[in-house]
Design a protein around this ligand. Sequence first.
Ligand code: ZN
Length: 193
Amino acid sequence: MAISAEPKIPFFAYDVCVATYPIRTYGDPVLRQVTTDIENIDESVIRLVEDMIDTMHEAPGVGLAASQVGVQKRLFVYDIGDGPFAVLNARITESSGEWTYEEGCLSVPGLYWPITRPNHVLLEGIDLEGNPLTVEASELLGRVFQHEIDHLDGVLLLERLDPDQRKEAMKFLRSQTLDPEQQRAKRKLLGGG
Ligand code: ZN
């Protein structure tokens, strides 16, 4: 997940070898796929978590789901200033209240919408050592959890927009995803250069 304001948190300056993934963006079918639970926390999972954290910090974002880097595992990382943390096989088991927040997504870069979702959530999953994990969260952290779990279920924030917002967003995104030839033709049509 991305936040519209300049983050007020110090992102870690990594001076070790940083490996980052390209972040998959809107239109990539991998973002529509449902991820599967992780059965075995081996070296490859640990490495994936490290690289996802680097990718999230570099973006910068406050959360990143494995599907956003093309991996179909039920795993996300987050950092709203006191992390980073990783959660495996996460699900939201309770939610309540309502909160509207300007929400963005690293897979739909540069666009933000006020989106209303439950304010309080209970997240259950496991940590990197395989221990059960339960986190109660509200406001920004609760929002990050809901956003990342949507990704793990193949849902993009566009599906959380109201019909008017969605129509506008789709129109804009379609205009962005035209190939260069189509873009030239469109500019010509509009009298542009
Ligand atoms: Zn996102």
